[in-house]
Design a protein around this ligand. Structure first.
Ligand SMILES: Nc1ncnc2c1ncn2[C@@H]1O[C@H](COP(=O)(O)OP(=O)(O)OP(=O)(O)O)[C@@H](O)[C@H]1O
Ligand SMILES: [Mg+2]
Length: 244
């Protein structure tokens, strides 16, 4: 067993009723990796991601985070250690940006308001936005700006792991490039472990230190961008990288 794994799926299967979505899935992710996950629609990517923070539970098998079986952990504490960013992240519409980002840190250190205020000002810079944005409401932001606030909020509890499910799917090409550069920089500077689902093979190859190609609940290939492009393991992977 690899002891340095921060996330490990050990013989995990997941069914919805009769429908087996993941069959005997095994995966070990080390601290600091940036894993991009790409594959056909319905191949089980979101299901896999949601099992890491306990939003879904495996039908069979065990998932370990930091070496601990998450089924035995306190789910609230588990989720605090794992940021979660989805497309069009649900910001609280009645709270301004400052309140949105401060939401979790305020829960964590109720007494130290200054500490939370400092964290919020640091985070807004981390995601490349101006401080004046802090007083705005979500409805007063562009889609790309909202996405950045979603990332800032996910980073606010200082998580070890960041799960991202097609986070940049709904923004234009230019904003998408900027967000990609931002997340690459965040990964390098904070050293956070990232699992990032995308439908865009270019995005998967650009961001991932490791790429997981999934099809029908199975891993077709698990490798570096070079391995995926230079020696695709299956016809499915070959076709995927040819689009690139
Ligand atoms: N709550 C649910 N109940 C029943 N079936 C579900 C449920 N959630 C997902 N599924 C089914 O499980 C399969 C995998 O879904 P999942 O959302 O993990 O796919 P995905 O790889 O994320 O797809 P996409 O790329 O379209 O987002 C699909 O066939 C889906 O219809
Ligand atoms: Mg999905």
């Amino acid at each position: 067993m690899r002891t340095d794994a921060i996330i490990r799926f050990d013989h995990v299967s997941k069914s919805y009723g009769e429908n087996l979505v993941l069959a005997d899935f095994n995966l070990s992710i080390n601290k600091g990796e940036f894993v991009t996950v790409i594959g056909s629609s319905g191949s089980g990517k979101t299901t896999m991601l949601k099992m890491i923070n306990g939003l879904l539970t495996p039908t069979l098998g065990t998932i370990y985070v930091d070496g601990k079986d998450i089924a035995r952990e306190n789910q609230t504490l588990l989720r605090r250690n794992i940021g979660y960013v989805i497309q069009g992240i649900g910001l609280f519409p009645h709270m301004n940006v400052r309140k949105n980002i401060a939401y979790v840190p305020e829960l964590l250190n109720r007494r130290d308001k200054k500490r939370t205020a400092r964290a919020v000002e640091r985070l807004i810079e981390v995601v490349g936005l101006e401080r004046e944005m802090l007083e705005r409401y979500p409805a007063e932001l562009s889609g790309g700006q909202r996405q950045r606030i979603g990332i800032a909020r996910a980073l606010a509890a200082n998580p070890e792991i960041l799960l991202m499910d097609e986070p940049f799917g709904a923004v234009d090409e230019i904003t998408r490039k900027m967000l990609q550069n931002e997340i690459a920089r965040i990964h390098q500077t904070l050293g956070v472990t990232i699992v990032f689902i995308t439908h865009d093979i270019k995005e998967a190859l650009k961001l991932g230190t490791r790429i997981l190609v999934m099809n029908k609940g199975k891993v077709e290939q698990d490798g570096t961008p070079e391995e995926i492009t230079l020696s695709p393991a299956t016809a499915f992977v070959k076709e995927l990288v040819q689009i690139n």
